[in-house]
Design a protein around this ligand. Sequence first.
Ligand SMILES: [Zn+2]
Length: 68
Amino acid sequence: MPLFEFECESCHHRFEELMTVSDTRLPECPKCHQVHAKKLVSAGAIRANGGSTSSSAYSAPSCSTGGG
Ligand SMILES: [Zn+2]
């Protein structure tokens, strides 16, 4: 499980929390118990798995307006 670093925006206390990638909820600050922490970029702790995203640009044909 990756270790993320958070910084509380209320008391600016930095703490680390073990969270899953799919977990998007913010942890509670262990100092002031506020849920106003923002996620910091931790060097080394987070290792993103390489993935190739193929985006195909498809342009839709313009519809001709007209009615009969
Ligand atoms: Zn705090």
